[in-house]
Design a protein around this ligand. Structure first.
Ligand code: AP5
Length: 191
């Protein structure tokens, strides 16, 4: 049975960057992981149904539609992951106009049953700057305090995921100029 590692973090914290760096390092040692982006699974269905123009539009969809897409993505990922080591790039919670939506509610956890949930974090000021300089995405306009609240909520809800599945929760700091440290910490989790 492969290892299942769920990697989360608020938009712009750099979780995908850290995952990519860690997978490169592990491949040099012969440890292979498949990286699956949860949002991409959701987006493929949403696009087919003409629900959104871009992936950032999904968190503004009706809550029940988001939950349906989420359920379908979880089932698709469980079917695709098989016996290999898998990283699932997703969110501990999603900030919607009506409040935080759990990224890993019961029906998602049942499908994924992760060994570890990683929370990639850094200072909210740094996240704000990264969002402002990333023109490829339609980021929510919010201040540093609000980003900080989202990071705190992600920790709180991750505790519930640990209670439900028995998984461990690991936080990894991805600070400016210290990407190598974050990659090294991720390698340790994945190895
Ligand atoms: P997703 O695609 O995961 O959106 P996202 O969080 O915006 O993901 P990104 O990959 O853009 O963020 P990142 O922080 O990983 O950024 P990056 O590495 O590029 O999800 C899309 C949507 O799907 C969600 O909005 C939601 O609607 C839905 N969804 C997903 N999972 C769901 C679930 N479970 N339930 C319900 N809905 C779900 O880095 C960002 C920038 O930072 C880059 O410019 C990078 O160069 C820079 N950077 C990174 N590290 C450093 C560093 N150490 N120092 C300086 N700069 C750095």
């Amino acid at each position: 049975m492969g290892k299942k590692v769920v990697v989360t973090g608020v938009p712009g914290v750099g979780k995908t960057t850290v995952i990519t760096g860690a997978m490169e390092k592990l491949a040099e040692e012969g440890t292979l992981y498949q990286s699956i982006n949860f949002g991409t699974f959701m987006f493929e269905v949403a696009q087919k149904e003409n629900l959104v123009a871009d992936r950032d539009g999904m968190r503004k969809l009706d809550r029940d539609v988001q939950k349906r897409l989420q359920r379908e993505a979880a089932a698709g990922i469980a079917a695709a992951s098989g016996e290999t080591n898998v990283i699932i790039d997703t969110h501990s919670s999603v900030k919607t106009p009506n409040g935080y939506l759990a990224g890993l509610p019961e029906w998602v956890l049942k499908e994924l049953m992760p060994d570890v949930v990683v929370l990639v974090e850094t200072d909210e000021d740094q996240i704000l700057m990264r969002r402002l300089s990333d023109e490829s995405r339609v980021r929510d306009m919010e201040g540093a305090r609000s980003i900080g609240e989202h990071q705190q909520f992600n920790r709180a809800i991750a505790a519930a995921y640990a209670m439900y599945t028995g998984c461990t929760i690991k936080t990894i700091q991805n600070d400016n100029f210290l990407l190598d440290n974050a990659v090294a910490a991720m390698v340790e989790v994945l190895r």
